[in-house]
Structure formats: structure tokens, C-alpha cells
Design a protein around this ligand. Sequence first.
Ligand SMILES: [Zn+2]
Length: 251
Amino acid sequence: MYKKTKIYKKMKKLLKFGRTKYFLILAVAKFNEIFFKEIPCTKKTKQCSKNRKSRYLKCHNVGKNIPICCATHLYEMLKDTVRCLEKNNIKYFIAYGTLLGAVRHKGLIPWDNDLDLIILDKDSKRVYELLNKSFKDKYHITSGKFDGIGSDVLIRVDYSAINSLHIDLFPCKTDKENIYVEHNDILKYKKIFPLQKIKFYDIEVFAPNDIQYCLDYFYGKGYMEYACKQWMLSDKKTKITDFSPAKIKLN
Ligand SMILES: [Zn+2]
């Protein structure tokens, strides 16, 4: 009984701290929004949602759209990465929020802040080496197990060592029937391959064959009308009225 009370008190303290921290972050974000000018993030700064000096601090967490600088960096990284993979005949396809964005917004979901690609497990080592060789001086490439993403090793392309805007490349295993992806997702092989091209802003990227099957699997029904709960896309079930993608600055 004594032990239980002690644990209970500890938990209560932790919870209280968590809540205080959350409110402090919200207060700083609000303060920044009012008093800071819009300063675009670069390779030498943190990404806006993690930068205390940015008015967009925690922007994607409170359901606000990501700023044009972040969306543009993500778009450029995707363009470079898929070009490199395609040039080297490496299979990939967009998944999760990136696929949903391509279908629903024809680009990045305005309140998303990363990109997801799936590659074949057998290509994993080659992709890592290739990206490292191609973008050694441009981006920051790492491979490993990242917090909260499960157990498989994945490849991450960060905008820089400081700015953590990123693309995740999830390796998947396949057999004749299924493909096995992160988060213990099992998709039907025939629904994924052969891949097809789909528009993402002004470029085309590879997507699964049966897109509706995939999005139903990842997000359930209603993904075309409501913002999804998962992956910080939105905390509430919000009806979407504006279907334009996150704003980017094209050169
Ligand atoms: Zn930014």
C-alpha cells in the first residue's frame, strides 16, 4: 500500500510537470507568434516548429500549418531523393501522410511536417550508400532506430545536422502474397505493385497501385473529408474545407 501511494504521488507529480511544460510551450508559441517576425529556417537553424526564436514554434502540434520555408525544404528534399532513386532504378513509393497529401492536396498536407517513403529491404544498404554519396554535402543522412518508430532500421534524410526536417525511408520485406512494413503493417502485394505515378506539386512520384486500399488501411474511412488523428495531423476530428497543399516557393 505504501509503495502504491509513493508511485501514485510520483506519477501525479510527473503528470503535473508534463502539463505545465505543455502550457509553457503554448505560451512561448503564442508570444513568438505575436512578437517575432517570420524568419525562414535554414540549414544552420533548427526547423521552425522546434526553434524557440521562430513564430512557428510547435506549429504542427497545435493544428497550424507549417511555414513556407519548411514546406519548400521538404519538397526540395523529396524531389532530389526520388530523382536519385529513379536514376538508379530503385523501387520506392510514397506512403502514410505523404500518400494522403498527394491524393487529397496534390502535395504536402499543410499541417504535416515530414515525408514518408517505402523502399525494399533488399535495397536498403544500397540506398543508404547512394544517398550518402549523392547528398554528402547537401543533406544529413543517417540510418538507425528512431524514437517511437518501432523496431526496424530505417534511413532518414535530414535537411541538415541542425535542421531536422526529414524524409523517412522505411524498408519493407516482401513475399508473393504480402509486403511487411513498419508499425507491423501488412499490405497485399497485388495492391501495391505494379506501382504508378502520381502528382505531387509539379513533380511525379511513385505510389501504390491501389491507392484507396492503402489509405483505407492506414487511415480508415473518411480520410478525404476529415483531418486524421494520427501522426500529429490533427488532435480533433476536423472537417477539411481547404484542399490546397502546404504553400511552397518554387524557383
Ligand atoms: Zn521553416
